[in-house]
Design a protein around this ligand. Sequence first.
Ligand SMILES: Nc1ncnc2c1ncn2[C@@H]1O[C@H](COP(=O)(O)OP(=O)(O)O)[C@@H](O)[C@H]1O
Ligand SMILES: [Mg+2]
Length: 380
Amino acid sequence: MEHIPEINIEELLETHRFLQATFNGIRDQIMVVDSDYRIKEVNESFVKRLGKPRHEIVGKYCYRLLHDMDKPCDMPNHPCPVQETLKTGKFCEVLHTHLEGREASYYRVTTYPVLDDQGAVTHVIEIARDITRRKKAEDQVYSMQRLASLGELAAGVAHELNNPVGIILGFANLLMGKTEPGSKEYEMVKIIERQGLNCKRIVESLLSFASRYPEKIEYSADVNVNLERMIFIVENILVSKKISLERNLAEDLPKVRGDPGHLQQVFMNLITNAVAAMEGGGVLTISTRLNEPDDRVKILFSDTGHGIKKEHRDRIFDPFFTTREVGEGSGLGLSVSYGIVTRYGGTITFETLVEEEDRERKGTTFTVSLPVVPSESKPR
Ligand SMILES: Nc1ncnc2c1ncn2[C@@H]1O[C@H](COP(=O)(O)OP(=O)(O)O)[C@@H](O)[C@H]1O
Ligand SMILES: [Mg+2]
């Protein structure tokens, strides 16, 4: 009689339990589908993310369950890696973006084939991992690196232009001395000088963005005094544009690092931008306060204007980026302000909402944060 090996049911069950626990122990979301896109198996993470009981998942077509489609998905922006692996028999990886309200989340989706003895694909394993936090951190680093390399480029161009512009201005000056004031030639040289000075200003702005001026740490400035000076200059313009001003200036602020002239320039740039965003009038709120935990003074410029569109948000600090009509904006205001503020160890950030996002709260707030100058009287 043939000997039938004894099957140890206990051992098999134990192996099954172990594999099941391993499968469910994985935090990534795993789904196994057959060659007809029917879901064979999912792990607990997957069930949790879907928020449906298991029996409503297993046995269903993945395209119907996940994307509410009648046939395998065919979305140009959302490539299906399962399809790809079924076709090629190879592993495939894609990045999927999901929008939930205003928040985006990112998934890295990888698929692997399960092959039979003949090498045909019988099943596909799909593994999805939530990489939102890592992606956001990477984006932030990328944006800082991008501004830094733009700074390198800007500084290079500015240095190259510095000499020729200086020479043009020098000769214009010389010619001016040789022509009769009021004559046609004199006026022409005047134009050369004026345009030369324009170039010089742009070059200086680029250098300022690239933080290529030597850092003068000994500078210190009184934030409120310098803000008031700028407010004094724009007050009449605000009235004529139907913009009301709210001041929220904290008293007894310590001095901050920074050359007063430079800081005035930053304040003026931010105020001008806010005014430009409120075409039909609005409210400009300027606040200052001391943030004790990190010894910084925060200066907030809040407007009720049109806000900054999503597709522009990554670029507003880039030199020459502007949404204004030709001749109306240079696109240098924010990049210069960025250069100045970071030179003194500060930061400049913004929050913004456009009408489509929130009708009631649309507008933009720029926050400048500058380190306090240590006062001499402070005990060491
Ligand atoms: N407070 C604001 N509200 C809306 N958009 C703004 C605001 N500040 C800046 N922006 C946007 O950022 C762009 C760049 O600003 P900036 O560097 O000052 O250059 P410019 O003002 O010359 O365009 C502007 O063209 C505008 O689209
Ligand atoms: Mg501007």
